[in-house]
Design a protein around this ligand. Sequence first.
Ligand code: 2RA
Length: 331
Amino acid sequence: MSLTVGIVGGTGAVGKKMIEVLEERSLTIDKLRIFASEKSFGQKIIFNNRKVTVELLTEEAMKETFDYLLFAAGGAISAKFAPIAAAAGNIVIDNSSHWRMTEGIPLVVPEVNGDVLRGYRGIIANPNCSTTQMVMVLAPLHKKYGIRRVVVSTYQAVSGSGYKAIEELEKQLIDESYPNKVYPRKIAANCIPHIDVFNENGFTKEELKMIYETHKILRDDTIEVNPTAVRIPVFYGHSESIYLELNKDPDINEVREILEETEGVVLNDNPDENKYPTPLEAENSDCTYVGRIRKDLFNSKGLSLWVVADNLRKGAATNAIQIIETIENFK
Ligand code: 2RA
């Protein structure tokens, strides 16, 4: 079946990646429409060797008929326009955080909880990038051993903050005096333990997303998640050091087998040959990579892992397009 797809915010870092991923995957797109604000409309974007003119985002346009509308324009735009599009009968896949925790709105990583999409129409939320890659690895281990507690530190690429942040790092790498505008500190040759705004409990919004989105996707709010989210001077690919306390003693070979067999997860774990994932190697891949798997030396139920994925692909665009593929497969 050929589809009519719209992308709201198609000129930003995630929106452009959505266009790229749509070109690569096997869905047949009959018509792609791209919407943006006054700043960007009128631009020409190439999709499947054809020029698409970026249209102005209006309420009227959202009331037209689409098979799928992908939103990648931030929370305020999603809050205003997604309900209009959904009320008109369109399926909306929203990459902002606005609808993620709303009851009745599915928050979906297809390999983990794609079943919730069966028969569903309306707004669907795409999870935060740092949550997505983490639950890809947590889900099969939770099923086998039960996860009691997760302690995670992230090492997040600047592309998670958009084009302006990519430019800020590029400029600071060649000019030490280039001022920080996107980040609260200089990002080049630094790391910043501060992503999104601080909450009064001391955690940042990014860290709270990792807690509550994990509960929703894994359908288990008893899992204790303790995140520290850190921005590092890497362009693409988020990394995560994850420590798990399980309900049962894991067998390390069995853990490797489980992860090796998990759809979308690639095991890259051979310390003898310096094999472990890094963000440079994960760039432009749709997979979630896991390595450095080892048991805690002091707690038989403890397990450490290192997880890496391309934040703009599996962490955003690819996951959104996989949501479309999942719904299409249910038809
Ligand atoms: C970041 N998680 O990397 C955000 C993007 N959604 O800043």
